[in-house]
Design a protein around this ligand. Structure first.
Ligand code: FES
Length: 97
């Protein structure tokens, strides 16, 4: 869900990062400036609480990058370049802060 309340649904091929999927689907608020090398934090998303276990948690480097996001991170924050689409994430809900 976008900040303005709009929802975007997309089919994402397994193995594709959700940052890449967001760019392909023109998700406003996801920039992916570093191309997924975890050095820009412009791909910040907030994982729906029901999906926290399935997406896993951020590693130490990801957590430190989340501190540099434009919007203060929450415990559910992730860098979307670090979440890779998989069958187990079918139906995943992400929010763009
Ligand atoms: Fe740069 Fe995710 S795209 S940190």
């Amino acid at each position: 869900m976008l900040k303005d309340g709009r929802k975007i649904s997309a089919e994402v091929q397994s193995g594709v990062s959700l940052m890449e999927a967001a760019l392909e689907n023109n998700v406003h608020g996801i920039v992916g400036e570093c191309g997924g090398s975890m050095s820009c934090a412009t791909c910040h998303v907030v994982v729906d609480e029901a999906w926290m276990l399935a997406t896993g948690s951020a590693g130490d480097l990801e957590l430190s990058m989340l501190e540099a996001t434009a919007v203060a991170p929450s415990p559910q924050s992730r860098l979307s370049c670090q979440i890779i689409a998989a069958d187990s994430l079918d139906g995943l809900v992400l929010n763009v802060p």
